[in-house]
Write a new protein. Structure first.
Length: 252
């Protein structure tokens, strides 16, 4: 499903946390609204009405639990999804956040897979579009084979569940294919798949997505599955994981 126009507010007293978390959340396909203290976060939630708010427990001016309480007291905001984040791993803080109505709780450094899973669960609860797997842009050449013939195409996106491939003449929906995905320094990932969507070149209308086909992976070895589970977060945020000074995000 499409995350387009879905917005997430993230409030944290650390500019480093705001910077790197925002980059990853944008790469996941969301619009991001940033706030550096609790008072600004509450104002922005009321004005911008984001689909979800991520609040650090220890925000300046008004702490995250205080913002959460105000959101839950406001009849116009009570439906809003709220995820709390903290360096504190204690069950007491987690319970306090749950008691005041948060929808999720993440500890720092934030694991990318847990961030995605929590956002997906919260968005699904609120009726917004959600995705089962982390999806990342992936502009690499892949090999798609069908009836003994192999074609090389550039992928557009990649997830554990499938990929979008750019091509002028996509295969019909329902076509069963074999896919080979290169991984630097390792053996390629191989999977059987099925074309579940296609789009040819269109004329006379805005081109919102490139012509091509979506392939769902439906038969992959456990070894290749583990490779893909590790590779997708690396493509999504590997540069950030290596660049960040203090540990804001983690791969697991």
């Amino acid at each position: 499903m499409n995350y387009r126009n879905r917005s997430i507010l993230i409030a944290d007293g650390s500019k480093t946390v705001i910077m790197y978390s925002s980059i990853v959340i944008r790469r996941m396909g969301f619009e991001v609204i940033a706030a550096q203290n609790g008072e600004d976060a509450l104002k922005l939630v009321k004005i911008q009405n984001p689909d979800l708010a991520i609040l650090d427990v220890n925000l300046p001016c008004m702490d995250g639990i205080g913002v959460l309480k105000e959101i839950r007291k406001d009849g116009g905001l009570a439906h809003a999804a709220v995820v709390m984040i903290s360096l504190d791993h204690s069950p007491e803080i987690r319970s306090a956040c749950r008691d005041h109505g948060c929808d999720g709780y993440l500890t720092k450094p934030i694991k990318i897979s847990e961030l995605h899973r929590t956002l997906e669960q919260c968005l699904k609860k609120s009726g917004a579009a959600s995705r089962r797997y982390i999806r990342t842009h992936f502009d690499k050449e892949v090999v798609v084979s069908y009836s003994g013939e192999s074609e090389r195409h550039y992928a557009v996106t990649l997830s554990e569940g499938g990929m979008l491939v750019r091509c002028r003449k996509p295969f019909p929906v329902g076509t069963m294919v074999d896919v080979r995905i290169p991984i630097p320094g390792e053996e390629q990932i191989m999977s059987k798949g099925e074309v579940i969507y296609n789009k040819e070149v269109s004329y006379g209308e805005p081109a919102k997505i490139s012509p091509g086909m979506a392939i769902r992976f439906n038969e992959m070895s456990e070894k290749n599955r583990r490779k893909l589970q590790s590779y997708v977060p690396e493509v999504l945020a590997g540069d950030i994981l290596r660049e960040q000074g203090k540990s804001v995000l983690a791969k697991g």
